[in-house]
Design a protein around this ligand. Sequence first.
Ligand SMILES: [Zn+2]
Length: 69
Amino acid sequence: MTYTYTCTNCGEIVEITCSIAEKDEKEKSLVCPSCGGREFVRVFNAFIARKRESGGMVSIGSCACSQRG
Ligand SMILES: [Zn+2]
């Protein structure tokens, strides 16, 4: 099984692959690779697919004004 989570702090997507029996232990030890946060919300693949579809490439080069910082 693959379980997908999103970091509540920075929105990083983290996937873990394990059995149902291992899931609780994996969840407890989950640390965000991006911000080091430990608060996660379970998400589903459909949600991620939609997120990638709608926002995955939009921010890259589509608007130079966002690059000014
Ligand atoms: Zn994070």
